[in-house]
Each structure stands twice: as C-alpha cells, then as structure tokens.
Unconditional design. Structure first.
Length: 316
C-alpha cells in the first residue's frame, strides 16, 4: 500500500473515532448494498491482478453468505420482538388481546373478565331503567289528563299558546309549551314543572279539585300557578316523579359501568404498550453495557475492506 493510501486510511480511522454520535439510541450509518459491495470487490481485485499483484483480500461464497446472514440479523428485529403500537391497538379494541400478543396467558383473562362484568351490569341497569320508564309512562298516560290541563290554560290565560300573549306579565307562570307527541320532553314536563300540576287527576288546592276551584274564583289571575301556595298538590305527581327518579338512577348506574368499560380498554391498551416496550428492551439486540454500544466494521477506502471502522454510541 502506498504512503498516500496509508495516510488516507489512518485519517479516516481517526475521523471515525473522534466524531461520535452522542445522545442517540443508535448510530446512523450509510451501509452499502450487496450490489455495491460486490462491484467494489471486483474493481479492487481486477485492479490488483492487472498490476501483477495478488488480490488484497480473498473471499469465498461461503464467507459472503455468513456476512450477509450477520447483516440481516443485525438490521432485522429478532423473532421475540413485539410491536408496542400493535399491542396498544389490540387491547384498545379488545381488552386483553394486546397482553395475549406480547405473551401473557393470565392478564388477557383478567381484562376480559372485567369487560364481561362491565357489560353485564351496564346492560342490566339499562334494561331496569327501560322497564321503570315504561311503567312511569303508563302511569302518566293513566293519571295525567291533557283535557283538564288545557281547560286550566284557557281559564287562566285565555289561550293554549303563550306566544299569543304580548306582555310578559300576561305570560307569567306560563313558561313551557307542551309537545303534541308523547315524547321524552312530554313525560318530563308533566311531572317536573308546576305549570302542569292541574293536569293530574287527583290534584287539589285548599281541598278543592279543579272543577270546584274554578267555580270559586271569579278572577282569571287567581287561577294562575305563580308560587308554591298556588300550586295544587297531587300524590300521583309525587309518585310519578319518584318513578322517574328511580329510572334515572338506573340509567346513571349503567353509564358508570360504561365509563368503567372505557377505562378498562385504556388501561389494558397502555399496559400492553409499556410492557411490550419493556419486553423489547430485554432483547439481546437492544442490550447496552453501561449505556455504551460499540460497533466495529471493516470499510473499503483504498482496497476491499482495508480499514477498520468503529462506532461508539452513548445513550443518555
């Protein structure tokens, strides 16, 4: 090898040892493809033979196969590698599936058991709420009378539509318009607001039902429900509101279990993600002694793989 070539080789080695990639998990290198390696090898060997010299390095096909196998094993993850992202998505969709993916055989059943119990009670409480809802709606249909309520409005306000009353004082106590359809709003209004109290079939005020109360008060202003004192009492209304409250409690219990199910998905997903990452760190190809990794290779500068190339990587 000429003096110029030796200087180039030594300079390349010094430059490689001095300029170290600091603070990265792995060094970034430009590796030659198999085609480039073979082409460079042939170029050096032909150049050596034309000068009457022996080839610098002689390789057999078997050596090449071993080197290619080592390179493939270094660049590809080992069979034990598990994808944290895939484990996260698996458990996010089906709790426990990510745990099964990374190799656990107990945790999947635990997460699935929590999922099954959550859905069992969520559906059960929802069904109980639906049953009570059906009961209080039937109770409302039997004991709340739209005709009596309409008569109250006509007597107290002279109209069934509050928008026809111009002055706000004339609309006092008339704040809600009852829907025509018996929907959720209909069943809520008739029990919740005092405006609809005279519609209950057992409503009384000062021990008088609607017909008697209407005959005893000549002024329409006296009929309006403006305070607790002017609100008729009804045992059926109180029972109805208790049924509605019971139904809402069942729905609330169901939603708590739904939130628990969602939490189970998230906990399972993050557990699978972090455990999988920890699993990968224990693999041989990721192990580092004192956070320092040394990678030694041969590079071709003046002849085929004539210069050692060492990379030090320190991970903070």
């Amino acid at each position: 090898m000429s003096a110029k070539m030796k200087i180039i080789s030594c300079s390349a080695l010094l430059l490689t040892l001095v300029v170290l990639p600091i603070g990265t998990a792995s060094a970034v290198e430009l590796r030659q493809s198999l085609f480039d390696r073979e082409l460079q090898k042939i170029r050096y060997d032909v150049a050596g033979r034309s000068a009457g010299e022996q080839p610098y390095l002689a390789f057999t096909d078997e050596d090449d196969d071993v080197m290619l196998l080592d390179l493939a094993q270094a660049e590809a993850p080992p069979p034990e590698y598990k994808s944290p992202g895939r484990a996260f998505l698996y458990s996010l969709v089906v709790p426990g599936l990510g745990q099964f993916y990374y190799g656990s055989r107990i945790k999947p059943f635990l997460f699935l058991a929590v999922e099954a119990v959550g859905w069992k009670y969520a559906l059960q409480y929802h069904a109980d709420g639906e049953d009570i809802t059906a009961e209080f709606r039937a109770f409302n249909n039997e004991h709340w009378l739209r005709d009596v309520y309409s008569d109250y409005l006509l007597t107290a306000y002279g109209t069934l539509q509050p928008d026809t009353l111009e002055a706000s004082a004339d609309r006092k106590g008339y704040t809600h318009t009852l829907p025509e359809a018996r929907d959720q709003q209909y069943y809520e209004m008739t029990g919740k607001y005092n405006q609809f109290a005279w519609g209950w079939d057992d409503a009384t005020l000062n021990d008088m039902d609607w017909e008697i109360f209407k005959q005893s008060n000549p002024s329409d202003w006296d009929f309006r429900i403006l305070s607790d004192k002017s609100t008729p009492v009804s045992a059926n209304r109180l029972e109805y509101e208790g049924m509605r409250d019971a139904a809402n409690q069942e729905y609330s219990k169901s939603m708590k279990f739904v939130f628990g199910i969602m939490a189970n998905h998230l906990i399972s997903a993050f557990e699978a993600y972090f455990v999988t990452k920890g699993h990968n760190k224990k693999l041989r190809y990721e192990q580092e002694f004192a956070q320092l990794k040394v990678d030694a290779r041969l590079r071709s500068y003046s002849s085929w793989q004539d210069t050692p190339y060492v990379t030090f990587t320190y991970t903070f």
